[in-house]
Design a protein around this ligand. Structure first.
Ligand SMILES: Nc1nc2c(ncn2[C@@H]2O[C@H](COP(=O)(O)OP(=O)(O)OP(=O)(O)O)[C@@H](O)[C@H]2O)c(=O)[nH]1
Ligand SMILES: [Mg+2]
Length: 355
């Protein structure tokens, strides 16, 4: 699962990125197209418990990759638009839109207007998508074999998307058939992805639980939002764990930004976690809600997908409660499921397959 941070200049993307990733920077990505990438282990205590019960030597938490992207500028601040963001961030599963809600002035030195900033950001993303769609339409028009059915289907779809975007609306709000969605996926349109609004608020606003205008703007746009005080949290990161906990308590925050952000990303992406375990390793995996046991097997290994026979399933709650696989078997809590079984959050899957 990969989440890209986008935002206007100075909105706090890098500060948030550093907080969320504990500054664990992947050196192989240094200097690459201005985007910084870091893999974060999702804290899920269930993996530890699964490892304990299975006697696994190693454990692997599910992972989320965060990408600190370059700033998007307002239209009037740049002359040339390109699709570099689409190219760099195209493979992200979702975007977190970071909106500056701290301080009095924005990066231009003008009075802060978070709702307007969010609107400007969404507009920039919409225009970027429009550019991608229009460039493709232009190329289609130039194609000699323009009468081919497949090309016509693509053109009709892109023209619909163009009309939708031209009204300033997001592709994710379009009603699309599965076929259309598959066709569009190749274009990596920014506004087709799940979006989460991150309001980067000041310490005072966090304490007062006040919501800036941006949250009603997010709601109008049908987007989920969370408040985060990136500046405060980056200061807290310098403290030892106990002092940090005390501070968080003082702000009525049960958990640090990293956890809240990951949880919010799970929600917007509509993903769940399943586990695999043996004596060597216990591991958590992230998969779309509604995925089948067959798809889950494919996530673990292509051999398991190809040779899938069935899955033995134990729900985490049962395993946790009964404390051993033998006890689960005895209580009839180990189910045998076929390819089409819909994986549930917390399932421990033992995939039987033909090698
Ligand atoms: N007071 C306060 N300052 C913040 C907060 N978040 C970021 N800043 C400050 O705002 C400035 C810009 O923050 P960055 O994290 O660099 O913002 P950015 O979005 O990465 O900026 P660009 O990459 O240049 O677009 C820095 O001086 C930060 O210290 C916050 O929550 N509160
Ligand atoms: Mg930055």
């Amino acid at each position: 699962m990969k989440v890209g941070f986008v935002g206007l200049p100075g909105s706090g993307k890098t500060t948030l990125f550093n907080v969320v990733t504990d500054r664990e920077i992947d050196p192989s990505n240094m200097g690459r197209a201005e985007a910084r990438l870091a893999v974060v282990k999702v804290p899920d205590e269930r993996v530890t418990r699964v490892a304990e019960i299975y006697g696994s030597q190693d454990l692997t938490q599910p992972e989320v990759t965060f990408v600190d992207l370059m700033a998007l500028h307002r239209g009037e601040e740049h002359t040339q638009r390109d699709d570099s963001l689409t190219r760099i961030a195209g493979d992200a599963d979702a975007f977190a839109l970071v909106v500056q809600c701290f301080g009095e002035l924005d990066h231009r030195g003008e009075p802060l207007q978070p709702a307007e900033d969010l609107e400007a950001l969404l507009l920039e993303m919409t225009i970027t998508d429009l550019g991608v769609v229009q460039r493709r339409l232009k190329r289609i028009a130039q194609e000699k074999k323009a009468e081919k059915d497949t090309i016509n289907i693509e053109r009709d779809l892109l023209e619909r998307v163009e009309a939708h975007l031209s009204e300033g609306r997001l592709v994710r709000d379009m009603t699309l058939h599965e076929e259309d969605e598959r066709l569009l996926r190749g274009f990596n349109l920014l506004t087709a992805k799940p979006l989460l609004v991150v309001l980067n608020v000041s310490e005072e606003d966090l304490r007062a639980q006040t919501c800036t205008g941006a949250c009603s703007m997010a709601e109008r746009a049908g987007l989920p939002w969370i408040p985060v005080a990136a500046g405060l949290e980056s200061e807290l990161a310098e403290l030892d764990a106990e002092t940090r906990r005390e501070f968080l308590r003082e702000f009525d925050l049960e958990e640090p930004a990293r956890r809240r952000l990951i949880r919010a990303c799970y929600d917007v992406l509509d993903v769940i976690t399943f586990f695999t375990a043996n004596e060597n390793q216990a591991r958590g995996w992230t998969i779309s809600a509604g995925a089948t046991a067959h798809e889950a097997a494919g996530k673990v290994h292509s051999d398991m997908y190809e040779g899938f026979i069935r899955a033995e399933v134990i729900p985490f709650e049962k395993l946790d409660e009964l404390g051993s696989i033998a006890a689960c078997k005895q209580a009839g809590c180990v189910r045998l499921e076929g390819k089409d079984y819909l994986v549930q959050d917390g399932d421990i899957l033992n995939i039987r397959f033909n090698r």
